[in-house]
Structures are given as structure tokens and as C-alpha cells.
Ligand binder design. Structure first.
Ligand code: GUN
Ligand code: FE
Length: 420
């Protein structure tokens, strides 16, 4: 297939009248449209206003898709323990399948081709199957909780880790290696020391398996962890082995100098979720400081209840605007940086190689947008347009590994109306 338009191959490469040629599962060529049209005459053609790499949503909760609008004016711990956990605990396997499918469809329809997904304690296989059916690329895992959680969600430590291992054996590398496993302790508040250390040991046993958890999102959460362990949250995670190049920490809103040093020294990935941090009144993450220290910061929507949208373009905009208003520095988080957070940085956090940019030989994870670029000022700054003037509804085409998942705004291969 040959996709033409203004090609944003990566944050530094914009081809005004460009094209991307896809052959099989990978990108064959990126370049000037006239030249590629002449060379690839037999390729099916699609024209868009903008062609870009698929976005990477580095922290989402697909299984919370049925809870949008729950407790809209609540802060994290009350929201979680009074509303979200009871909802997750009451969900049947069929509801989990529906919720996960709705989440993945929403992502694919708004331009996300890879996600890092935090599931629930039960029925994780429903979400794995849903990811396989929709065709999204995902790093995902069953949630671990073995303390201070509601009875119906609290599991025996060894049994929960054994179930995680069973899921690794069944799904890590499944669906043409589009789906990989992340051992997923929910957060230090609801996980014992044995559970956290067990998560590290389990991840170490399997090549490519990562660790995904929440950290230091909210002050009450940090106080709880400190009361339990006598340590700041990131120090505690470091102590039990949950830092490193295979660890993705969602949020990290409130960290002190020594915790930031640990994040930088260990190569731990941070996922920033600005909309959720605003809605739950969690705070403003020090994104600029993390980036200055060389910490890889990716971007996530978090769950539908604490965001209301899984649209990656809205999330990029929120990320930039929040840093600008917090620092009173208009250059705090420019479009180029936020686009990197939502693409290559996310792929790096998830551990997917050759994902997050359009380059020959890289995975054909591509989106096509119908968007009036004349709405952007200056009109030639396409990156700025993607961050400040684009919406997920502008996405007309989504491709993962060369498979078309969304065509002309319609989902391919899944009866989306039946799910809804
Ligand atoms: N921390 C632990 N669980 C959750 C969750 O489901 N959502 C958010 N935003 N933070 C959490
Ligand atoms: Fe979350």
C-alpha cells in the first residue's frame, strides 16, 4: 500500500508532499510522493492530509471502559477504593471482554497503535483475546493485589504470581508478537513485599517480559506507602527490585530529588498522564525535569473514568498546556517533545523495537488523518498542528504490522456496533 500526504516520519522529519510505502508488515520506503508513486505503480493508494506513525498510549486501563463518569469529583484513593475496585471486582468475564474491546476500539479509532494496558485481577485472558481480535499492539498484564484490597480482588500471593506465569506462557509473544506481557502489581499500597519481589523474579525469567505499576501519583498514596515501609515510594520500589530498564512507572507526580536520581540511574521509564492528574487533582508531574535528567518519559491516557477519552492527540495537547501553565515558560514542553513522548518514547517504554517512527524496515504502524491543516498557525508547522489542533476524530486510517484496522473511519474485522 502507498499512503500519501504530509508525512511526519518522526519528530524531526516532515515531508510536505510525501508518501509511505508499506510491504507486508513493514515500511518499505518513506519519501517524496511523486517519486514513490512512480516507483511503486502497482501499490494500492490512499491519500490523507497527514500520515504519521501510530501513537503509543503508555498507560491505559482498557477494562475500566464501562466505568466512564464514575465519581468524577473524587481524589485517587477514595475514587479507587469506593468506586473503581468495587466495579472491577463485580465484572463478569463477558463484561471484561466488552470493556477491553471498547477500549482497544477507541484507541484504534483515535490513532493509537500500541498501548501499555493495566488489566484487572480477574478475567485477564478476556482482554488478551480482545487485543488479538482488534489487532492492536500491546504490552499488558493481569493485576496483582495481595493486601489492603477488597476481598473479591485480594489474591493469595503465590496463586496470583502463578496465574501471571500461566498467562505469560499463553500470551507473551502471541498474535504475531503483537502482544507481550507485563507483570502488573497495581501499586505498593495493595501489594506485599513478597508480591513485589515475586513480580521482579517472574519478569526476570522471561525474555521481553516487563513490569508495569503505578507510583507516586497522589500524596495520600505516598503517605500510605511510607507508613507501611518507612520509605519514599520510589525508594521502596527500588529496594524490592521494581526499577530498571524493563520497568514502567505510571505517574511519578510527587518525587523528591533522591527518587529522581534513582529513576535516572536505573533507566526506569515514566508514563505521564496529564488529564488524569488534573481530573483526580493529583498534581503536576515534573516532566521537564525528568527529561532534562535523561529519564524516558512517555504519555498515557490512564483509564476512561479518570480521563473520559483515550484520544492521544488530546493527551498530547493537555501535556504541553499543563507544563506551560505550571512553569509559565512557553517552551516548557514543545510540540516536538510531546510528540516524541507519544511515539518513540512510548515504544521504548514498552520494549517494542522499530516502532514509533516511519522508517524503512520499521514496523508498519501507521495512521492517516483527514485534518484541515489550514486551521494551524503557522500552517506549515505540522507537528504543532498535530499537538494543538488535531483530534482523534480526525483519524481515518490505522494500520498495525501492515494490517488495516481502521479504514475510512470504519473499524475493520470487528463488528464494533455489536460490541457497543
Ligand atoms: N493507582 C492504583 N490503581 C489505579 C487506577 O486504577 N487508576 C489510577 N489512576 N491510579 C491507580
Ligand atoms: Fe492508572
Amino acid at each position: 500500500m502507498l499512503l500519501s500526504g504530509t508525512v511526519v516520519a518522526d519528530s524531526a522529519t516532515v515531508i510536505e508532499d510525501g508518501a509511505v510505502v508499506v510491504d507486508g508488515t513493514t515500511v518499505e520506503a518513506v519519501g517524496d510522493r511523486a517519486d514513490l508513486v512512480e516507483r511503486y505503480t502497482d501499490h494500492e493508494r490512499r491519500d490523507y492530509d497527514v500520515v504519521a506513525p501510530g501513537m503509543v498510549g503508555s498507560h491505559i486501563h482498557s477494562v475500566q471502559s464501562l466505568g466512564r463518569g464514575i465519581a468524577d469529583d473524587t481524589e485517587l484513593l477514595d475514587w479507587l477504593f469506593d468506586h473503581i475496585l468495587p466495579m472491577e471486582g463485580s465484572m463478569s468475564a463477558a463484561e471484561m471482554r466488552t470493556a477491553a474491546t471498547l477500549g482497544y476500539l477507541e484507541l484504534v479509532e483515535s490513532g493509537t497503535t500500541t498501548c501499555i494496558d493495566h488489566l484487572s485481577v480477574a478475567h485477564a485472558e478476556e482482554a488478551f483475546e480482545a487485543a488479538g481480535e482488534v489487532g492492536i499492539r500491546a504490552l499488558m498484564g493481569k493485576v496483582l493485589m495481595d493486601k489492603a484490597a477488597p476481598d473479591d480482588l485480594r489474591e493469595d500471593t503465590d496463586a496470583a504470581l502463578a496465574e501471571s506465569e500461566r498467562l505469560i506462557q499463553q500470551y507473551h509473544g502471541a498474535f504475531g508478537d503483537r502482544v507481550r506481557y507485563a507483570v502488573t502489581p497495581r501499586f505498593a499500597v495493595t501489594c506485599s513485599e513478597d508480591c513485589l519481589r515475586g513480580a521482579r523474579d517472574l519478569a526476570d525469567e522471561y525474555d521481553g517480559v516487563r513490569i508495569h505499576t503505578h507510583a507516586s501519583e497522589n500524596r495520600g498514596e505516598i503517605e500510605t506507602v511510607e507508613a507501611d515501609t518507612g520509605m519514599r515510594n520510589v525508594h521502596w520500589l527500588d529496594e524490592v527490585g521494581l526499577t530498571g530498564e524493563d520497568v514502567v512507572l505510571a505517574h511519578c507526580v510527587h518525587t523528591d530529588e533522591s527518587e529522581r536520581e534513582v529513576l535516572a540511574e536505573t533507566g526506569t521509564h515514566v508514563t505521564h498522564c496529564p488529564s488524569s492528574n488534573m481530573k483526580l487533582a493529583s498534581g503536576v508531574a515534573p516532566v521537564g525535569d525528568y527529561l532534562d535528567r535523561g529519564i524516558n518519559v512517555a504519555l498515557g491516557n490512564d483509564g476512561p473514568p479518570c480521563n473520559n477519552t483515550l484520544d492521544p492527540f488530546t493527551e498530547m495537547r493537555q501535556a504541553s498546556l499543563l507544563q506551560k501553565v505550571d512553569t509559565l515558560d512557553s517552551t516548557a514542553l514543545p510540540a516536538r517533545t510531546v510528540f516524541e513522548m507519544a511515539t518513540v518514547n512510548g515504544a521504548k517504554a514498552a520494549g517494542f523495537e522499530q516502532v514509533g517512527a516511519l522508517r524503512p524496515g520499521w514496523k508498519a504502524d501507521v495512521v492517516g488523518l483527514r485534518t484541515d491543516t489550514s486551521r494551524a498557525t503557522p500552517v506549515h508547522d505540522v507537528l504543532s498542528h498535530l499537538v494543538f489542533a488535531t483530534h482523534g476524530d480526525d483519524v481515518a486510517f490505522t494500520m498495525v504490522d501492515g494490517d488495516v484496522l481502521l479504514d475510512d473511519g470504519e473499524v475493520v474485522g470487528v463488528d464494533a456496533e455489536a460490541v457497543r
